[in-house]
Design a protein around this ligand. Structure first.
Ligand SMILES: [Zn+2]
Length: 161
């Protein structure tokens, strides 16, 4: 009997410098409000590889302190990736999201932890201080149960992909 294959949990994420730069630019343009978007990538094989960052409208009522990705953006990106898979350029999926912290810290906030819901989802966070964006930091959401105490973000190293 074949042993079940267990995907190794990624301890790093591959982020092409061009994508990191685009995220930083969008974060600076939105400052002092939060910018946000989705990440497409490949989960097959470790480490996780980000292949695309899509900026999305921030629908939060208080955009200086929060972000809320337009649900239509999820649908649009999912449909686009499915079309690419059918066309033979597949293997990509929505693997995470990114957002900025205007004059905040370069890691997920308690609000982010409360909002996270999909285990294995990648969160990139960009601190923007005085209008200048730092390098994105990467955090993998993990949950052993629904309780807040059972949820955490695991910091991942960001490598040029
Ligand atoms: Zn946040």
């Amino acid at each position: 009997m074949a042993a079940a294959t267990v995907e190794p949990a990624p301890d790093a994420v591959l982020l092409p410098p061009g994508i990191a730069g685009a995220i930083r630019a969008a974060a600076e343009a939105a400052w002092p409000e939060e910018a946000c978007g989705l990440l497409a990538g490949r989960r097959d094989g470790a480490p996780l590889r980000v292949t695309r960052a899509v900026p999305c409208a921030n629908l939060a009522a208080d955009r200086r302190r929060a972000f809320e990705i337009d649900p239509q953006a999820w649908l649009d990106l999912r449909a686009a990736l499915a079309r690419e898979t059918e066309a033979g350029g597949g293997g990509q999926d929505i693997v995470g999201c990114w957002h900025s912290h205007p004059d905040g810290r370069a890691g997920p906030s308690p609000r982010d932890l409360a909002a996270a819901w999909e285990p294995g989802f990648l969160w990139l966070v960009v601190a923007v201080t005085g209008g200048r964006a730092a390098a994105p930091t990467a955090h993998l959401f993990e949950a052993e149960g629904p309780g807040l105490a059972q949820r955490r973000f695991r910091r991942l190293a960001v490598k040029d992909g």
